[in-house]
Design a protein around this ligand. Sequence first.
Ligand SMILES: Nc1ncnc2c1ncn2[C@@H]1O[C@H](COP(=O)(O)OP(=O)(O)O)[C@@H](O)[C@H]1O
Ligand SMILES: CC(=O)N[C@@H](CCC(=O)OP(=O)(O)O)C(=O)O
Length: 259
Amino acid sequence: MMNPLVIKVGGIILDNKQAVANLFAVISQFKAQQQRSLIMVHGGGCLVDDLMNRLALPVVRRNGLRVTPDDQIDIIVGTLAGSANKVLLAEAYKHHLLAIGLSLADGNSVNVTQLSPELGCVGVPTTGDPTLLNLLLTQHYLPIISSIGITPDGELMNVNADHAAVAIAKNLNADLVLLSDVSGVLDQNKQCIPMLTMEHAEQLIAQGVIRDGMVVKVRSAFDAAKMLAKPVHIASWQENENLIDLFNGKAVGTTLLAQ
Ligand SMILES: Nc1ncnc2c1ncn2[C@@H]1O[C@H](COP(=O)(O)OP(=O)(O)O)[C@@H](O)[C@H]1O
Ligand SMILES: CC(=O)N[C@@H](CCC(=O)OP(=O)(O)O)C(=O)O
């Protein structure tokens, strides 16, 4: 049996019903062909931004992470663990997939602590217990996991979804694919870089070619690649015709090398 595959979905796909439907069509095709266990970890930052705008609340990010004041965590939990998670679950059901919607805290799958007081209710993954997820995978469930966590003191935390996906992949010794709006990590000419080493990535970050959320994504991906001793892929959820290849471990988008 192959090791599990963690698929992280983020970006404007969460705001695009057709794109979500296309992705689940591919996942259900893959599931029909392969015995491999899949876990989906999702973001939904764009949905939070939309709601913040409608509520006339400011959207503030520092180094790619959302500043999350105490009095806004309920809105964010509602959006990520609520609507975003259930929209994905609904599409999974529509495609006859046996799915279950979870957060990082369910079954203590990923424990989190507060990152820093300046960012407010932003959590970082610490340890985790894979028992619940392994149990669900044995019974052929597709876990769909939001990036909401709970601290040991019972505080709800907003975790960057790339950090969350890396934590789950480490816990399950899984392969990891990060799907975003872009075809991969782009160079200064906006061309997708097929293979990236950590050294090259840090150069591109220093030059400002890799910016914003992509800095978090690339550093998270290398963290996972090193720990798991295997490459991690960053690709677009729009590459429908290549997604099956990607899920089978072929290089699509940018491959971040473990070395
Ligand atoms: N060098 C780069 N290559 C690709 N995307 C980049 C780069 N630098 C900055 N970005 C930005 O990073 C975004 C992806 O990060 P992010 O928005 O956090 O993704 P997601 O929401 O899918 O987690 C891209 O949409 C792009 O605007
Ligand atoms: C702390 C932090 O930044 N949390 C993110 C969680 C969602 C996310 O990461 O969504 P995408 O993967 O779609 O960008 C946020 O509030 O936007």
